[in-house]
Design a protein around this ligand. Structure first.
Ligand code: TRP
Ligand code: ZN
Length: 899
């Protein structure tokens, strides 16, 4: 290094940007991949025999081969049996190039890696007592030299050799051999008959216990199902197994997809960057997404296990059999698979509830992402580090795009489209264009304008106005669309948007006669219509409308947009109490809540006292009637009674006034608690706390409504209610009720609650200290506490024996809960929270770049805060930016946030 280079900050050597437009087919392909892993304490030796051949589809015949490789120690390399010398190849940054390569050859490399020292949790690493892998997206290059790109698909055979203290040795596919090895060691050989890209490779070695079951496929084949865990967790696998069998049946029935190997395995690991991974025949799961039992797992936890098991299983077709050509196509598998798992959960539980949950997530986190510096289309055009693109946009918005396609095509044509897609592209690595083409071909629909959803980022805005003409009995809806600029694109072309609507008359839904259109045959009901907005502005006219209706717009949230229509409060009360679309009933409740919160915020911002605030009798009555509506699902009542979250209100705001939002929302909640005390008490006392736990939709709904009631009652600060809450904590037979009570005790600002919270927290830890996932909930409840001094508490918990700064679940439970889910404290104390977060990121940048980068999210939103906060947040981003040796992950997010 020259003196000049030395004086430059390391950051000046900027990581390079990868562009979709630069995509080229690989010069070589790999027919077979034979791997041998010799696992020793401290190091693992990997031998890889690759059968390479020139890609007939390449522009010109390749005469050299560049393989990816990172953090590898090369022991030897041989081409067709001949050891290569140093001038036959050259090392680059994260790669090796071999010169003068023939048309077809076998390459044998021997490399050494150190899984025990791998804290990034990418490649082969150690988690507690076991060895495991995570290869998506580009982790395989940390295992051996390879063409680590998804359009290179190969047939893998893998031998794992290890000490007998690791009795379980697993890899993808079918077990074809096992036996004794030298030095009292043993081995297992696995063969995967399906060609796959390296990102789907997996290996596990450990002392694991398992439960076993079997599934008979629709063509009568027997599939062995095994879930492997550390022995202590063997009692928490049942729910995942049931979810797996339900998923297998559902994919046969709804998509005609049968499982293809004789065995399907899941392994639970405690140190994992994400939720789970769909490796062929050997899914690897974060323990948090597979383990569940009533005593340790909340209802939300049970539902997450079901959803993630389904998601990973569904990838076997949408991801593995048909995979991505390159990482710009990530939403091809993720958006589609999220849509599939979401429909699965809707079919097994309550459809409306699932929709409310998905939309809430989308509208808070994804809309915020789409309005910030990291905004990107669901098929991005460029990236620096692909790990940064496993986002809400790729996953959740991606799923909404598929949902819109399903809406536009209708059930039957959508299924024809997916059948064609799977049939046409089985065994291939394809693009989102290929997916849309299959749907267009099968349905005969022109989807060319629709494809703009793939290339334009940002959340479209719809402005709706209406007009009713009593004389002609015509009712018209005029819809204007626009989309704010995002980093990749300043001016947007109009989107093709399905807008599901109904019209409410005084006696219920009105029949719809849309001028110049066919009635909606699909549903066989003429009170529901999907309007297709394609122009910047369009008017839809309904005829024979006998009275001025209240429009029910964007039913079921039929498109990921922000819709504006000037609803009066009376309109919203009508929609909330009797729209036939359950989603829009909830949506109306949220709009009403927002109006009340905005009113309170204006009082707070004028410096007036919120204690004097009153709510109109009509509004209270509307909420009361929801509580008394027997026709409603209890989970829906619970959601309708819950005010919009601070995160949602913040996303909607131009400038986030953290204190005004927090205190105004609390003030409205207190009024509701006072006014509806009798009803909440009725719900709470009617609930039978002694009933046996069940994770069914009905039981979950009843618990959630009862605990919402408890939350309101606790706002009254009455000693008797606080004692009832503490009693629920002590006597509940399931973690949902335990956590609900503990959360309320911890967040209630009353002397008795403080005392009882202290002892409950101590008791909880005492009881659950050996259950890592339960300890995470204990950390989370404390980090999320909205009362003062929480940052100091979080810092002291980092020193607690329960905390492990290398474990992503612990980091999420303590650090991310505080920074993402506790706005009032994160933004307090003149930037103390920001500095705290930046300190964590600086440590994690070298230790685990993926987690460091994900943790950055709250700081990237700096432009949405007051000038003072902007300065403080930006200063922390700049402090991170000045760090030497920034990872690509952190560099990309920080530099884009500061741009
Ligand atoms: N494909 C995985 C899923 O969605 C995502 C995933 C698991 C992942 N582990 C990862 C992505 C690590 C990046 C890095 O199901
Ligand atoms: Zn996925």
């Amino acid at each position: 290094m020259t003196a000049v280079e030395q004086s430059l900050p390391a950051n000046n050597l900027q990581p390079k940007t990868i562009y979709l437009k630069d995509y080229q087919v690989p010069g070589y392909l790999i027919k077979t991949t034979d791997l041998r892993f010799e696992i020793y304490e401290g190091e693992t030796i990997v031998s890889a025999m690759l059968h390479l051949y020139r890609n007939p589809a390449a522009q010109a015949p390749a005469t050299q081969l560049t393989l990816h490789g990172a953090d590898l120690e090369l022991v030897s390399i041989a081409l067709d049996g001949k050891i290569l010398s140093a001038d036959d190849y050259e090392f680059g940054e994260e790669n090796i190039t071999i010169f003068n390569t023939p048309a077809e050859f076998k390459l044998l490399t021997i490399t050494k890696i150190k899984p025990e020292a791998n804290t990034s949790l990418e490649g082969l690493y150690r988690s507690r007592t076991m060895y495991c892998t995570q290869c998506e997206a580009e982790g395989f290059r940390k295992i051996t030299y390879y063409l680590d790109r998804p359009d290179v698909m190969s047939e893998f055979t893998t031998t794992v050799v290890a000490d007998k203290k690791y009795p379980v040795l697993l890899s993808n596919g079918n077990l074809i051999d096992q036996g004794e090895a030298d030095n009292d060691r043993h081995f297992a050989t696995w063969h995967d008959p399906f060609k796959k890209p390296a990102y789907l490779f997996a290996l596990v070695a450990g002392d694991l216990a398992h439960i076993e079951d079997s599934f008979t496929t629709c063509t009568g084949r027997e599939v062995a199902l095994k879930i492997f865990v550390e022995p202590k967790d063997l009692d928490k696998c049942e729910h995942a197994m049931t979810s797996l069998k339900n998923s297998m049946r559902w994919d046969e029935q709804v998509y005609g997809r049968e499982y293809d190997l004789n065995i399907f395995m899941i392994v639970a690991v405690d140190d994992f960057n994400m939720g789970a991974m769909e490796n062929k025949g050997l899914n690897i799961f974060n323990t948090s997404c597979v383990l569940a039992k009533p005593e340790t797992t909340t209802d939300a936890g049970f539902q997450r296990v079901e959803g993630v098991v389904a998601h990973e299983y569904f990838h076997n077709w949408s991801g593995n059999r048909v995979t991505c050509r390159d990482w710009f196509q990530l939403s091809l598998k993720e958006g589609f698979t999220v849509y599939r798992d979401s429909e699965f959960s809707a079919d097994l539980g309550s459809r409306t509830v699932k929709r409310v949950e998905d939309v809430s997530l989308l509208r808070t986190l994804q809309f915020a992402e789409d309005a910030g510096p990291m905004a990107h289309p669901i098929r991005p055009e460029s990236y620096i580090e692909i790990s940064n693109f496993y986002t809400m946009t790729i996953y959740e918005k991606g799923a909404e795009i598929i949902r819109m396609l399903a809406t536009l095509l209708g059930k039957e044509n959508f299924r024809k489209g997916t059948d064609l897609y799977f049939e046409r592209h089985d065994g291939q690595a394809v693009t989102t264009e290929d997916f849309v083409a299959a749907l267009a071909d099968a349905s005969g629909r022109d989807l060319s304008q629709f494809k703009r959803w793939y290339s334009q980022a940002g959340t479209p805005r719809l402005q709706v106005t209406d007009h009713y003409d009593e004389n002609t009995q015509e009712y018209s809806l005029t819809i204007k669309q626009s989309c704010p600029p995002t980093p990749e694109c300043q001016t947007k072309l109009p989107f093709h948007i399905p807008i599901a609507v109904g019209l409410l008359g005084s006696a219920g839904d009105l029949p719809l006669y849309l001028k110049d259109a066919e009635p909606d045959f699909e549903t066989g009901d003429n009170t529901h219509q999907v309007l297709e907005l394609t122009a910047a502005e369009q008017t839809f006219v309904f005829q024979r409308v006998q009275e001025k209706p209240v429009p029910s717009l964007l039913r079921g949230f039929s498109a990921p947009v922000k819709l504006q229509y000037g609803y009066s409060r009376a309109d919203l009360i009508v929609l909330m109490s009797r729209d036939s679309d359950g989603f829009n009933r909830w949506e109306a409740s949220q709009q009403l809540g927002l109006q009340a919160i905005y009113f309170a915020m204006s009082i707070y911002q004028r410096g007036e006292n919120l204690a004097a605030l009153q709510l109109d009798a009509e509004l209270i009555a509307a909420y009361r009637s929801v509580l008394q509506d027997e026709s409603l699902d209890k989970a829906m009542v619970a959601y309708m009674l819950s005010l919009p979250t601070e995160a949602y209100i913040s996303e909607l705001a131009e400038v986030v006034d953290v204190e005004a939002i927090h205190h105004s929302r609390s003030a409205i909640r207190k009024i509701l608690a006072r006014e509806l005390r009798t009803e909440f008490m009725g719900i709470y006392t009617a609930y039978d706390h002694t009933q046996a736990y069940a994770a069914t939709a009905d039981a979950i709904a009843a618990r959630s409504l009862k605990n919402v009631a408890l939350g309101y009652l606790m706002l009254l600060g009455e000693d008797e209610l606080i004692r009832a809450c503490e009693q629920q904590y002590r006597t509940a037979n399931n973690m949902t009720d335990v956590m609900a009570a503990l959360t309320q005790l911890v967040n209630t600002d009353a002397p008795l609650a403080h005392t009882l919270a202290e002892s409950a927290l101590a008791d909880f830890y005492q009881r659950w200290q050996d259950e890592s996932l339960v300890v995470n909930q204990w950390l989370m409840v404390q980090a999320s506490c909205a009362l003062p001094n929480t940052l100091a508490k979080v810092k002291s918990l980092q020193q607690h024996p329960a905390y492990d700064g290398k474990n992503p679940n612990k980091i999420r439970a303590l650090i991310a809960s505080f920074c993402n889910g506790n706005a009032i404290n994160f933004h307090a104390d003149a930037g103390a929270g920001y500095a705290f977060l930046a300190d964590q990121i600086i440590v994690l940048n070298t230790q685990n770049p993926q987690i460091a980068s994900r943790l950055l999210t709250p700081l990237t939103k700096w432009k949405k805060y007051s000038p003072e906060r902007q300065g403080l947040m930006k200063a922390e981003l700049e402090r991170i930016m000045a760090e030497p040796a920034l990872s690509k992950d952190v560099f990309e997010v920080v530099s884009k946030s500061l741009a």
